[in-house]
Design a protein around this ligand. Structure first.
Ligand SMILES: [Zn+2]
Length: 457
């Protein structure tokens, strides 16, 4: 995962690169051999009957991890993080199997996943099947195949972004126009106002330390995390994303913040929650502890970036900001603690909050632009222009936003659509009497895809 805040104007943008841990249980080594047999037979034309009757979810999971490692040799973004047996990664690298062979393997593994899932009903098998389907699609993409935008997101993320009416975006822009009056184009006014609230470079470390500490304290007040969970914070440059959480395994994360552009004060809490607590770092810690070590589900030793897991990953990380700082609490903390720490005028905090509320209504605009651009319905210049207009960004940030779209493609929907789905899930749980932090933890420990979350109305 990554906190791909590729443009400061998009509140939802977030990309993180992280993932789980060291292997807990060593799955039976015989499974790999039987998996290869099934793959070969299925590829030869007898997919259903080829799967061994004794195929287990563990066996499918192990072969999925190995398939992902093999695909990662060709497509570095395929595997966001891996903490399983080192020899599996070494084997994948040494063998360097070609993509067309991997595509055939994926097809055979999908059939095995279906059978195993049917024989073992439950969330694990259902998610395994979706993970294999996504791997198959991403392998095809890595080989040069192009799906249209909606089909790609359906195959990879089990989700399709809604159709948008551009008039809704214009209505939100009109609200923002009133907040930052002036004669210059709106995106320039917004950009200038936000840049006036940039954290001075020599204050970045203390401001981020304070923000993350607060996010962590609020999360630890509700969750018992392992005593040795920890993170390292680093400032980096020349990246296509604005922040990234690299999960190291053994309950440790490396959180990187990109300083190519000025870091606006509201980003500190956003990134602290999204990348850290109760966002990606927290989720990875819980996945490692409960699913990988606790249940021995080896598939959670690897994070496939282009997969249904990313809907929950980005959605929960973005919703986690509101979970940790409900109502006015974020603006109050920023105004009373972070603004003074950064040497900024706390009186500007209210305007920034109002502006951000209005900008939230534009959060889906990037899906709209990405769909038009990747489907070839607008060219790059128009994509940049639309991101400037609807994302209220400078040309430089919009250029970075288009680069992000080119690199990560349909992944953009995970930030906003994912957040909407997580919010819907939590709201439904609350209506049933659940506490929202408890419901959030249930979400983090239950492999649910977008289509599952959509049912929670
Ligand atoms: Zn993220």
């Amino acid at each position: 995962m990554k906190y791909l805040l590729a443009g400061a104007a998009f509140l939802f943008v977030a990309a993180c690169g992280d993932r789980s841990s060291t292997t807990p249980d060593d799955p039976a080594s015989d499974d790999a051999a039987s998996g290869e047999t099934a793959s070969a037979e299925a590829a030869a034309g007898s997919p259903t009957d080829a799967a061994p009757a004794t195929d287990s979810l563990d066996s499918v999971a192990e072969d999925l991890v190995k398939l992902a490692l093999a695909a990662g040799v060709h497509d570095p973004a395929f595997v966001d993080a891996y903490h399983g047996p080192a020899e599996w990664a070494e084997e994948a690298k040494a063998e360097a199997r070609p993509l067309d062979a991997l595509e055939a393997e994926a097809g055979a593994l999908l059939e095995r996943a279906r059978l195993a899932s049917n024989a073992n009903p439950g969330v694990r098998g259902a998610m395994l099947e979706k993970l294999v389907r996504a791997a198959q699609a991403r392998i095809r993409i890595a080989g040069g195949f192009t799906f249209d935008f909606d089909e790609e997101t359906q195959r990879l993320y089990d989700a399709v972004a809604p159709e948008y009416d551009v008039r809704d975006f214009h209505a939100a822009l009109a609200q923002i126009d009133a907040l930052v009056p002036g004669d210059a184009p709106l995106h320039e006014r917004v950009d200038a106002f936000r840049n006036s609230l940039a954290i001075p470079e020599d204050k970045l470390r203390p401001v981020f330390d304070a923000a993350i500490a607060e996010c962590r304290a609020r999360t630890l007040a509700r969750y018992d995390l392992p005593e040795n969970e920890r993170f390292e914070l680093a400032f980096v440059t020349d990246k296509p994303w604005s922040g990234y959480n690299w999960y190291q395994g053994d309950y440790e994360s490396l959180i990187e913040v990109n300083t190519d552009f000025p870091i606006i004060i509201d980003r500190a809490v956003d990134l602290g929650c999204h990348e850290g607590y109760p966002g990606h770092h927290t989720w990875n810690v819980i996945l490692e502890r409960d699913l990988l070590r606790g249940k021995g589900w080896i598939e959670y030793s690897l994070y496939p970036l282009f997969s249904p897991l990313s809907v929950t990953a980005e959605g929960s990380a973005n919703f986690g900001i509101d979970l940790a700082f409900p109502g006015e609490e974020k603006i109050e903390f920023e105004r009373d603690v972070l603004f003074p720490l950064a040497g900024l005028d706390p009186q500007e905090a209210e305007t920034l909050a109002a502006l951000n509320d209005a900008r939230r209504k534009l959060s889906h605009a990037r899906n709209h632009v990405a769909r038009l651009y990747l489907d070839g319905r607008i060219d790059r210049d128009e994509a940049v222009r639309m991101l400037m207009e609807f994302g209220l960004q400078s040309r430089e940030r919009a250029e970075q936003g288009v680069s992000f779209i080119e690199t990560y493609r349909g992944y953009v929907i995970n930030y906003n659509l994912g957040r909407d789905l997580v919010e819907q899930y939590i709201a439904a749980a609350e209506r049933d009497g659940a506490d929202r932090w408890d419901a959030f933890e249930t979400l983090l420990t239950t492999p649910l895809a977008a289509s599952d979350l959509a049912k929670s109305k």
